[in-house]
Write a protein that binds this ligand. Structure first.
Ligand code: CTP
Ligand code: ZN
Length: 155
């Protein structure tokens, strides 16, 4: 049973990002760098009814695949999102995003004195401390960052 069929139509080809926490869809779109220059058709449901979650956000993007680094970024703000790949109206692949225990090259450390922010060729690396609410710690300087800070300094 599909709870939001009446609100948002099915797509022919593309990607569905479902079970986004209510109100976070626009943040997900900014992660995907979707803006007015983007040519794809996109449907966005904000605070639509969900049997499982009460409310949720959902995004449907036609003719667009997601890269692994994009899915990793999405996992920071929507750790329980499901992603479905649709081909000719059928779901050919469906998976849950996975917030990794180690985040490499996704978030830039907010500590300006951190070695990852100097000229040293060191890529940012964080350890997940908590998923709800998000808390990550830089493996180099031990700075901890919350969801707001982390999503404000994505690579
Ligand atoms: N979907 C779509 N277009 C299609 C097929 C599916 O937009 N051609 C969307 C559905 O609307 C849903 C998501 O892809 O948001 C996953 O589809 P499906 O697994 O059929 O939905 P549910 O059974 O409701 O999944 P869940 O249990 O994950 O909520
Ligand atoms: Zn650091």
């Amino acid at each position: 049973m599909e709870e939001q069929t009446l609100k948002i139509s099915k797509i022919k080809d593309g990607t569905v990002i479902d079970h986004i926490p209510p109100g976070k869809a626009l943040k997900v779109l900014s992660i995907l760098r979707i803006d007015e220059k983007d040519g794809n058709s996109i449907s966005i449901g904000i605070r639509v009814m969900s049997k499982r979650l009460g409310q949720k956000d959902v995004i449907k993007i036609e003719n667009r695949d997601l890269e692994k680094f994009e899915v990793d970024k999405i996992s920071l703000i929507a750790p329980d999102a499901t992603i479905s790949i649709v081909k000719n109206y059928e779901i050919t692949e469906k998976f849950s995003v996975d917030l990794p225990q180690r985040l490499v090259g996704i978030v830039k450390c907010s500590n300006t004195n951190c070695i990852t922010n100097t000229k040293e060729p060191v890529v940012g690396e964080f350890t997940l401390l908590s998923k709800h609410p998000l808390q990550i710690r830089c493996n180099y300087c031990e700075r901890t960052m919350n969801e707001k800070e982390a999503t404000a300094s994505l690579f």
